[in-house]
Design a protein around this ligand. Structure first.
Ligand code: AMP
Length: 461
């Protein structure tokens, strides 16, 4: 049985050194995104791939890149492969995956991210590692200061392109693309393919690309139970968190807040309760972040309080509980948070704590996901907030949003369908779990933008 399964990767005619590493990592068969992307990428096509985090997308671009480098000797000594990621943590993660898969080869890689001395980094780059895994800001700085060029580049990947653009890296990404060698293979990965910014970028990055849609936000995360608990204020939420951490069954938990101040405040509170917990936010140094992630991965702590920017793309084994202390400000942000759990088809639980000023936001995210979060209350820790009086006309904001959607979809006639669909799909099942609908029920707000939601400045997280 194992022999046949190993052959699934072997059938792709991958280099024996890569197959050896895959074997060592214990992977017996490609995940769906790998199944779809690997043959196309190995045939040399440019790709745009819609795939959720946790789907195995890293190997879907790392394997073809390494195969290409092993098949063709480098004509020159410059950088051969570049992977751009939105965050340092994701860059570290991708770099580690490359090291694992290239473990039986001489191919070298390094991360190029902020938070590390520029000169030391430039010296490392001069040693010509084949593959750079970088965040756009620092990489653009190296290009500008001419400590790096991309004249020899053969393989370019934009990982989590939607996140990268949402974080405001468009100019840096464009500046980088403009100096990449034109003769190259490129791949773009994004959780949402309808993202307008990503779409606009594609002609500059890809040539005659194949489009692979593995998962839409709406059909992802079927194995994650999603609940809401109403709360009065942060103090009440603090008590709810305390109760949940004491009574829920979980191996590891992550708690999201919208600001770093609140993350720190909550982390202090958990430490006072002697919980094995850590905090991850944008103000921490790279070393501090690495240290906390190491503790979490090793299981020395089992609770992480984090802001979105710091936790984006993280893959932590055994994470089965996500608590949104603050509701995410956008539908896609919510998906990314919730996607920290339930990875590789394991079951997960995601709980949002909803104060009165977050109700409309929560309702609009339900509409975006076409899903009804399971309502839950905890005996003995209930607050006085019971939700809006009339759920059907839940305040002005929901009404005004509906009008916007009506205008947007005028002529398409899909607003009514959306309303009707909602009644049929994502309803609470008899066991209390909500399920997401199938892929064909795609939202007209596929880019995850919520007209009624305002984003706070990124430097707060
Ligand atoms: P990614 O979406 O690339 O972050 O991958 C998510 C997780 O899936 C990582 O922990 C990978 O090591 C793991 N993974 C990737 N490919 C496979 C595979 N073919 N079989 C089992 N696990 C995999």
């Amino acid at each position: 049985m194992t022999m046949r399964e190993t052959n699934v990767f072997a059938e792709l005619m991958l280099h024996e050194r890569l197959l050896k590493a895959i074997d060592k990592m214990g992977f017996t068969r490609p995940t769906p995104v790998q199944q779809a992307a690997l043959p196309e990428a190995l045939a040399g096509h440019d790709l745009i791939v819609g795939a959720e985090t946790g789907s195995g997308k890293t190997l879907a671009f790392v394997l073809p890149m390494l195969q290409h480098f092993l098949e063709l000797r480098a004509p020159n000594t410059g950088t051969r492969g570049l992977i751009l990621t939105p965050t340092r943590e994701l860059a570290e993660q991708v770099c580690q995956a490359i090291k694992d898969i290239a473990g039986f080869t001489r191919i070298t890689t390094m991360t190029v991210c902020g938070g590390t001395g520029f000169k030391e980094q430039a010296a490392e780059i001069r040693k010509n590692p084949e593959i750079l895994v970088a965040t756009p800001g620092r990489l653009a700085e190296h290009l500008e200061r001419q400590t790096l060029d991309l004249d020899d580049l053969e393989f370019l990947v934009l990982d989590e392109a939607d996140r990268m653009l949402d974080m405001g890296f468009r100019d840096e990404v464009m500046a980088i693309i403009n100096v990449c060698r034109a003769e190259r293979q490129s791949m773009v990965f994004s959780a949402t393919l309808t993202h307008r910014g990503v779409r606009a970028l594609l002609p500059d990055v890809l040539r005659d690309p194949k489009e692979l849609l593995l998962n839409t936000p709406q059909n992802a995360q079927n194995n994650i139970r999603q609940q809401i608990i109403l709360a009065d204020d942060d103090k009440h939420k603090e008590r709810l968190v305390e109760w949940l951490l004491a009574h829920e069954e979980y191996e590891k938990a992550i708690i999201f807040t919208n600001t770093r101040d609140k993350a720190q405040w909550l982390a202090n509170s958990l430490q006072r309760q002697n919980r094995r917990s850590g905090v991850l936010h944008g103000e921490m140094s790279q070393d501090e972040r690495k240290h906390v992630m190491g503790l979490m991965r090793a299981g020395k702590i089992n609770i992480l309080v984090a802001t979105d920017v710091a936790a984006r793309g993280l893959d932590i084994e055994g994470l089965d509980l996500v608590i949104n202390f603050d509701m995410a400000r956008k539908g896609d942000e919510h998906l990314h948070r919730v996607g920290r759990t339930g990875r590789q088809e394991r079951d997960g639980l995601a709980i949002c704590l909803i104060a009165h000023n977050e109700w409309n936001l929560m309702a609009s995210i339900e509409r975006y996901l076409r899903l009804e979060f399971e309502r839950r209350s905890i005996k003995g820790v209930e607050g006085s907030y019971k939700g809006p009086k009339k759920v059907k006309t839940s305040g002005k904001a929901a009404g005004s949003r509906k009008k916007k959607v009506d205008r947007k979809s005028a002529g398409k006639g899909n607003t009514k369908v959306r309303q009707r669909d909602r009644k049929q799909v994502g309803q609470r099942r008899s066991d209390g779990a909500s399920r997401t609908p199938a892929a064909d029920n795609r939202s007209s707000l596929g880019d995850g933008s919520m007209p009624m939601m305002r984003r706070k400045p990124a430097d707060k997280t």
